[in-house]
Design a binder for this molecule. Sequence first.
Ligand code: SF4
Length: 511
Amino acid sequence: MSSGEGAGYGFRRRRDDTVSGTYLGMPAFPRAATAATRDRQLRANLTHATHTIRDKRARAVAELPDWARLRAAGAAIKDRTLRHLDGYLEQLEAAVTAAGGQVHWAEDAEAANRIVTELVLATGEREVVKVKSMATQEIGLNAALERAGVRAYETDLAELIVQLGDDLPSHILVPAIHRNRREIRDIFRERMADWGRPAPEGLSDRPADLAEAARLHLRQKFLDAKVAVSGANFMVAETGTMVVVESEGNGRMCLTLPETLISVVGIEKVVPGWRDLEVFLQLLPRSSTAERMNPYTSMWTGTTDDDGPRAFHLVLLDNGRTDTLADTVGRQALRCIRCSACLNVCPVYERAGGHAYGSAYPGPIGAILTPQLRGVGSELDASLPYASSLCGACYEVCPVAIDIPEVLVHLRERVVEGGEVAENGRRVRLRPARGHAAERAAMRAARWTLDHPGVLRAGQRLAGRMRGLQPRRLPGPGRAWTASRDLPPLPAEPFREWWRRTRGERRETGR
Ligand code: SF4
């Protein structure tokens, strides 16, 4: 049993998932996180893993004296590209087509799943190998393929562990971060035979033995596969080149051995040229795996005679990205290069784990990306902007300087105020999320009071005189807040009166 599953929230992948959500049925973040924080094994696994990665990242970044300038360059390139995204995407499409590839445009998850499924079925194959891909996790591709009778084999080690365990990823870079070695050994022993070559007899929990078991299990899959599905870290518009960076070599096998390659990539992954790519190939490895250079960087441009896949299909995925682009504050989330540095420093992620975020994107980036891609119409998605203490550690480490706290506050405003958002090209009226009516009323009262200084002054004086009656705990909805905090005592004298008395300033006019 998974540590997370022990919490009783059904983190196992549901067989009846719809195409849009392999995380269907997840409760709002606070409830899922409460359960996760009670799981000691999960917390121990997360604390150990995140602290190890974050320390290594800090050392790798400190080696570069121009890191701050690289970071600023990364942010500027992404912003410029997003401003002219339509032009770069058309340039990319023309270059991919000229190189022998075929480009498909997918407005949403359903369209992307339909396109990929039809492409696979057209080959006559019923099995595909997969390179780790956040985009295909986002759209629930494996479940969609399964419904069409196609079996997708994950080949990244951590994704393999998640798949064999009938589990869900909980980290962008290390999807099985919530598992420890003993749990992985048990999953391999119990489930590998259901998916192909069984685990070796007497498999131990030594990392080298586990890696060898995975290597033997996967090797036959690579050699047999006729179709591969991948994502891409970057797409170079000027030449139509796809780029995948990885550490295990499984990506290289999937990208070169099969006859057909289908890549599902979010439209924000485009970069204008090779000079731009150079910046990200420095930012990404140090931020994600704390390496100076990632072990495998695979690049391909369309198809090539006598080498690599004979057919290449690029599925460009929107699925809420255009709507996100329309939000001048929230669009910075589209700069993300999925390094996961923000997860590893987040005190909330460290305690709650990744499943509580209810999407393929956990941690701080998930808290700002998911509510924009999916909207804040559900209880879960409306709760995500609150999954943060706003400490700002995520912003400090982000290699493309996404001001995550700023976007979180912006999205909280959207949740509280209701209002309209763009969804799938339409203006959608938001219902204020449940539980936020009192907060909204309190904010309106505060705004009115601050707009009327005379009322504010009278209220402060009255509060000062009645301070002896101040309760130690707030009643009603405020009770939860004061259950773990001291209510600050009211001062005997309001600040304005103290200022006037000590500084001898003239009485305020109340303007
Ligand atoms: S938001 Fe920044 S730190 Fe977090 S995954 Fe994206 S690029 Fe990395």
